[in-house]
Every structure is written in structure tokens, then in C-alpha cells.
Design a binder for this molecule. Structure first.
Ligand code: SAH
Length: 228
């Protein structure tokens, strides 16, 4: 059975977009399916209106609860119901792993100033953020979430061992990577990596990952040490 992704958006033509290419694209229709539904199809008036002015005043528009709820109810989507939102819980590799272990995900993409709070409460939407900055809509966030999830689905990544060694897999960032040429612009590959001594290579990588994480992401490193 393949993993079912359902996207609710005002711009269904943005999907699959980049996910129609490379790793995710090759698995699309086989290991996973993607349905992008237009929220506007749930509108009821002649102009297919989905938004209105914010209660209490202020700039911009807000997506209506009744229209969005109907779009959700009629979507046929399965799995966790997410709303892309800068107020949400920060998306993480652990969340990607949880979602990939299920049979699907349904993602609502906001636009305008956001969506009416009541639909978040009544439909139990989990707000998910992809970072502390404001995008103009949830579509790029949904693509980011799906990309992270799809590559973890069974049979999608060619060499599945690589998932276990990547950044975040065990709380550390990845070590530096090198490939031929052995010397480039006067810079050599660290000799231990070409020594053929697997134990030494593993030790060098472990050490490099720890130093790199401590320097760049003291927050991650503190958590790594306290979890160990
Ligand atoms: N007025 C809102 C921002 C709305 S941005 C606020 O200040 O919180 C419009 C839409 O883009 C949002 O509804 C959300 O779906 C999406 N979006 C913007 N930034 C995002 C982020 N960092 N992560 C996930 N979705 C985001």
C-alpha cells in the first residue's frame, strides 16, 4: 500500500512541483500518491470566495472557517491533519519519521493573514512551522514537509543506510564529506579518510560530528549530551 499525501491549497498547480522530480518524483504514484485539492472548490458563492476581513479590524484577509472545514471534510485525506503555520511546532526529523511510519498525511496550506481560529480548534489541526520567518503561503512548507517524509518511506531511498547516518538521525550534525579529486586548489582530503582503516575513519567522523555540532548548534549538542 502506498503512502497517501493530501494537500489543501488555493494553488493546487504548485504540486507536485519539485516533488515530481528526482528521488520523490521517481517514487510518486508507486510508493506514495499526491492529491492536491483546491480549497476554493468548497466555496458556495458565485465568486468562489474563501476569505473575509479580520474580525476586530486590521490589514489583510482571513480564510473562512466554514469554507476550509468543508474542504477538509470532503478531502478524503488520511493520517495526521496539519496546518502550515509560523506559530506551529517546529518541524523536525523526528516528526518526519513519525509521519512516514503512518499511511498518509493531510496538509492545509494557509494564505493571507492565516485561517479562522475556530477551524483549527474544531478540526483539531496540528500547526507546524518550518522556521522562524514568514512565508506568503503554506505551499512551500508543505513541500518541505513532504520531501522530508517521502525520502524516508520504505523503498524510496536507494541506500537506506544513509538515513541512519545523516544529520539529526542521532542528534548530531553530519561530518564533512569529500570525494575525488584527492587534491583540489591545494586542499587535500583528510588522509585518514583514504587510509582504508575503517575503525579510524569511524572515529574521525564521530569526532568531527561532535566538534561541528558543538560549534554550530550548541542547543543540539547540549540535548545530545543530556540524552546520552
Ligand atoms: N499573519 C500570520 C502569517 C500568515 S503567512 C502570522 O503572523 O502568524 C500566510 C500563510 O503562510 C500561513 O497561514 C501559513 O500557512 C504559511 N506560513 C507562513 N510562514 C510559515 C512558516 N514559517 N511555516 C509554515 N507555514 C508558514
Amino acid at each position: 500500500m502506498s503512502f497517501a499525501a493530501t494537500i489543501l491549497t488555493l494553488y493546487p498547480e504548485m504540486f507536485p512541483g519539485p516533488l515530481g522530480h528526482a528521488l520523490a518524483g521517481r517514487a510518486l504514484g508507486d510508493k506514495w500518491t499526491l492529491t492536491a485539492r483546491n480549497i476554493r472548490d468548497a466555496a458556495t458563492d458565485r465568486h468562489r470566495t474563501v476569505d473575509d476581513t479580520p474580525a476586530g479590524g486590521g490589514p489583510g484577509m482571513v480564510m473562512r472557517a466554514d469554507i476550509l472545514a468543508r474542504a477538509i471534510d470532503e478531502s478524503g485525506g488520511t493520517g495526521p491533519l496539519l496546518l502550515m503555520s509560523p506559530r506551529g511546532v517546529p518541524f523536525s526529523q523526528a516528526m518526519a519519521r513519525d509521519i512516514a511510519a503512518g499511511d498518509g498525511v493531510t496538509i492545509v496550506c494557509g494564505r493571507f493573514e492565516g485561517v479562522d481560529e475556530r477551524v483549527i480548534e474544531r478540526r483539531g489541526l496540528t500547526e507546524v512551522s518550518i522556521g522562524d520567518y514568514i512565508l506568503s503561503g503554506g505551499e512551500i512548507g508543505a513541500l518541505a514537509v513532504l520531501d522530508a517524509v517521502v525520502r524516508l518511506l520504505p523503498g524510496v531511498m536507494g541506500n537506506s543506510a544513509s538515513a541512519d547516518e545523516e544529520s539529526f538521525a542521532d542528534g548530531l550534525l553530519e561530518h564533512p564529506q569529500y570525494t575525488r579529486p584527492a587534491e583540489w586548489e591545494g586542499a587535500a582530503i583528510p588522509p585518514v579518510l583514504t587510509s582504508g582503516d575503517h575503525a579510524k575513519v569511524a572515529a574521525w567522523r564521530r569526532d568531527a560530528r561532535r566538534r561541528l555540532t558543538a560549534r554550530r548548534r550548541p542547543d543540539l549538542f547540549a540535548k545530545y549530551l543530556s540524552d546520552a
